[in-house]
Structures are given as C-alpha cells and as structure tokens.
Design a protein around this ligand. Structure first.
Ligand code: SOE
Length: 370
C-alpha cells in the first residue's frame, strides 16, 4: 500500500549511529516524518543510538532494518566505503534511499547505483545540503537570470580545522573506511557541487595538488588520504577558478566560501554566514540579507522564517529531507541532489586523485548521468 493510501507519514530507517544520523533524524522529525528505527554495526550500538536519538526501534543488523516492510526510506549514515553496498541492498528491497556523500568511493559504483535506481523506480538522494540555504538559491537564480553577465572566474574554498593536530583522528582518515580521498571526497565534493549548482556550468578540466601533512595520527598509521587539496578548474562556459579544500586550517570550523565573478556583477556566499549574500559591482558592493519578500521564488520557498530569524545548517537539512520525501511522493522539487549528483562528485574525486598522482591536467567528459 502506498504511503499516501495508508494515510500515514513517511517512516524512515537509519543505518549508522553517529553525528550524521543525529542530523538526519532531527531533519526527518522537523519534516513531519517518523524516525522509525535504527541499525548500526552491531545490535548494542543500535540500542544505544535508538536511546540517544529517541528512536522507537533498534535492529540487530542493517539487513534486518532493510527487510522491515514498515520502513519506506533508509538513510545511510555509515563510513564511506559501506555506502554503495547498503544502497544497492536498499534499492533491491524496493525502498527509497538517502545516502550520505560520498555516494560511492568509485565512479563506476556510483554509475551502477544510478542505473539501479532508474530500474527500481525509487527516490534516491544525496545530502548536498548547502544547496538548501535560501541565499544559495538566490545566488543561483541571479546567475540564471543573467544578472552577473558572462561568468569569468570562480574563487572557492572549504576550510575546517578538526584534523589540524597529529593527535586528531577519525575513521575518515583510514582509506579502508573513508575511501582513497578524504578532504576532497568529504568536503571538496560539497564545494564542487555548489560551484556547478550555482553557476549552472560544468567543470570540464582540472589540475590538482594534494598534501597529506601527517603520515600517522593518534591511531591511524601510514596515512595516504589527503589533508588538503588545491585545484585549478576550467568550465564549459569558459570560466576559470581556484578551489582550496583543507581540514587543517586553524580557526575555520566549516567555512565553505564561494565567490563568482561575471562581466557585470560578482556574488559571494559564506556557509558560516548563510543569511547574507555579497553582491559586488564596480560602482559599489552590498550585503544582501535574507528576506523572503525580496528573494527569487526558489529562494523564498526555502525562507521558512521571517527576516532576522536566522536559518542555519539544520534548517537546510530539513529542507533537503522535505524535498527528498516530496520526491518519494512523485514530485520533482527544483535543485534536489539525486544519485546522479553523487555520481558526478565521485567522477570529480577520481579526476582530482588522477591529476594529483601525475601532475597532469585532467579532462572531464560530460558525466553520463547529467
Ligand atoms: C565533516 O567534514 C563534515 O561532517 C562533512 O562530512 C559534512 O558533509 C559537512 O557538511 C560538515 O563536515
């Protein structure tokens, strides 16, 4: 029986019991759906996560959760190298899926997931949630309306400092759990997604340099995943840009910054100040504050609180879940990041690693999925 026919809200299951499950389950509640159950790497972990997150059911294993016919959608919030396997299992069970980024640690697996979703006819999304800040949508709408003119340059960075010290460690550092790329796959993927989302353009060439500053950390040894990456990009529309991604930048907690210059205007967005958008002009610049009454419709749609009542990261996540669940109901919300976008990120990640390995510029053919 369909969810609508059953006259009930969406029931969500979660695989994983960490920080992102907490963020996802809060967003599910705020979106008016039901956090129905949680599974983790073992039964004890699932019980503890259910208690901590106020979720009614815990399951002995992810397989048991995926098999439960009462669950409509599964949120995958586990270490990166397990994402694709769980996503294939969820799709095979005929359930809808929300999979944390990176969707997969290879472009081939990501493409296979896109094909599996198409065959199964389920909704499948990836939380590139920064697309859901209203001022990001405002920036996108202004670019699309031609207000910046022709795009000339892109200046982007995504800087964090949670891995600054050699004693800082995390499963993402271990390639066996996090995949071959760390900083880029984890946060560079957000930055590139936002570059292509806001500009409506595509990165067609890149040259990358990576650095692993610590070969060992408190528990990890022989570390091969990168702490930082610098990328030069060219776009199909002829713009050029530089992107810096680092998890070892003191004082920067989650600072995604994007500035796009056109022949008429520039725009600048700072994820740590998401209520504003910088507008640059030769004759003077201004900082636009979020006010639903003066935003383009797609930005106003997400502006769920009045001006002066700040929206933030968790609100963006709620908007992402709400649109993901609208897709479950058969709708097509504008700008919803789907598995095709996760596959695009996987392709960009492979291009970054390929370029960093041999120092050559890498050409990106048009992704088969977009
Ligand atoms: C850690 O780098 C992290 O939690 C990312 O995994 C998220 O995608 C990002 O939104 C915040 O930082």
């Amino acid at each position: 029986m369909s969810i609508e026919a059953a006259g009930r809200g969406v029931r969500a299951g979660f695989i994983g019991g960490g920080f992102m499950t907490e963020v996802h389950s809060r967003a599910v509640r705020a979106a008016g759906a039901t956090p129905y159950g949680v599974a983790s790497s073992n039964a004890e972990g699932a019980v503890a996560a259910a208690a901590r997150l106020g979720i009614a059911r815990s399951y002995a294993s992810p397989r048991e959760l995926i098999a439960d016919p009462d669950i409509d959608v599964v949120h995958i919030c586990t270490p990166n190298t397990t994402h694709a396997g769980y996503a294939f299992d969820v799709i095979a069970a005929g359930k809808h899926v929300v999979c944390e980024k990176p969707l997969a640690t290879s472009a081939a697996d990501a493409d296979r997931l896109v094909a599996a979703v198409a065959a199964a006819g389920v909704a499948a999304t990836v939380p590139f949630v920064y697309r859901f800040h209203p001022m990001v949508r405002e920036a996108r709408a202004r670019v699309a309306a031609g207000e910046l003119g022709s795009l000339l340059s892109i200046d982007g960075s995504y800087l964090q400092d949670w891995l600054l010290l050699s004693e800082d460690d995390n499963w993402r550092v271990d390639a066996a759990l996090g995949g071959p790329s760390r900083a880029f796959a984890d946060i560079g993927s957000h930055l590139c997604d936002l570059v292509e989302f806001v500009t409506g353009d595509r990165i067609t060439r890149l040259t990358a340099t990576t650095r692993t500053f610590f070969s060992s950390r408190s528990t990890s040894r022989n570390i091969t995943t990168e702490d930082a990456v610098a990328v030069i990009v060219e776009t199909r529309g002829g713009a050029i840009g530089t992107l810096l991604v680092s998890q070892v930048a003191p004082g920067r907690k989650n600072r995604l910054s994007l500035e796009i210059a056109g022949t008429a205007e520039s725009i600048g967005f700072d994820q740590e100040q998401p209520e504003t958008l910088w507008l640059g002009r030769r004759e003077g610049s201004q900082l636009i504050m979020r006010d639903g009454a003066s935003l383009h419709p797609d930005a106003a749609r997400l502006s769920v609180l009045p001006a002066g009542h700040p929206l933030g990261y968790q609100d963006a996540f709620t908007a992402f879940v709400r649109d993901s669940y609208a897709a479950i109901a058969g709708e097509s919300p504008d700008g919803l990041p789907r598995f095709e976008d996760g596959a695009r990120a996987a392709r960009l990640t492979e291009a970054v690693l390929e370029s960093a390995a041999d120092g050559r510029r890498v050409e990106l053919e048009e992704s088969v999925n977009v």
